[in-house]
Design a protein around this ligand. Structure first.
Ligand SMILES: O=C(O)c1ccccc1NCC(=O)[C@H](O)[C@H](O)COP(=O)(O)O
Length: 220
């Protein structure tokens, strides 16, 4: 699903109320809160994540990133954090979306697809058919011994991402290595509904107001 009007922006790896307020002030549509992961720099504890969720005003969405793959563990994570959106960063069993929707009817589910090659097109469309409310295309590598499930700072094959955007009936977010220098090209090449960014707007791990402002100005 493409959006000809306005590219939505999710600012990910939010680690404090200060960062959440900055992202909100500069026009983010969604905040990303990274749960426990096998690797990556952006993790925030559940208690802090819950605090940020409680302080986030409408209409912003709060995305809770989880590496859990069983339905019970995903639900327990959501109940601890209270986010209105669950972002599944790893592959899950086919019935997971239906079970999550039944247990948490007000909560939306976003499936991350780590784009490695053309086979990911089928994987993405299958997740939509099974009930994912949106897709997020990232650059991790779940096949490694220590899984990479996001926050890599790497760009992936945008031609594959473009195919997914063209064929998906739900919104598609593009992630992976975005920054003020490549974001226009990313939008032109992939035409996603939304963008997701972590490392490209940070300096020494902290959300950088100048970089974020530059990024937002290039989109708006
Ligand atoms: O940041 C992490 O440590 C992380 C680890 C595992 C899964 C997701 C993680 N980050 C959240 C994201 O979804 C990032 O925004 C996304 O991967 C893009 O990151 P970047 O390439 O640094 O912009």
């Amino acid at each position: 699903m493409q959006s000809p009007f306005r590219t939505r922006v999710k600012i990910c790896c939010i680690s404090s109320l200060k960062e959440a307020r900055l992202a909100t002030r500069l026009g983010a549509d969604a905040l990303g809160l990274v749960g426990r992961m096998p690797s990556g720099p952006g993790v925030v504890g559940d208690e802090r994540a819950a605090e940020i969720v409680a302080a986030t005003p409408p209409p912003l969405a709060t995305f809770m990133l989880t590496s859990e793959t069983t339905v019970d563990a995903i639900i327990a994570h959501q109940l601890r954090v209270g986010a209105n959106t669950i972002q599944l960063v790893d592959a899950v069993a086919p019935d997971t979306y239906a079970l999550l929707h039944a247990a948490l009817p007000a909560i939306k589910v976003v499936q991350v697809i780590h784009v490695l090659d053309e086979r990911n097109v089928d994987e993405a469309l299958e997740a939509v058919q099974l009930g994912a409310d949106a897709l997020l295309l990232d650059s991790g590598n779940p096949t490694l011994a220590i899984k990479e499930l996001g926050g890599t700072g790497r760009v992936h094959n945008w031609q594959v991402s473009r195919q997914i955007v063209e064929q998906s009936s739900v919104p598609v977010f593009l992630a992976g290595g975005l920054n003020p220098g490549n974001v226009r090209q990313a939008i032109d090449s992939v035409q996603p509904f939304g963008l997701d960014i972590c490392s490209g707007v940070r300096t020494n791990g902290h959300l950088d107001e100048q970089k974020l402002e530059a990024f937002m100005n290039l989109i708006r």
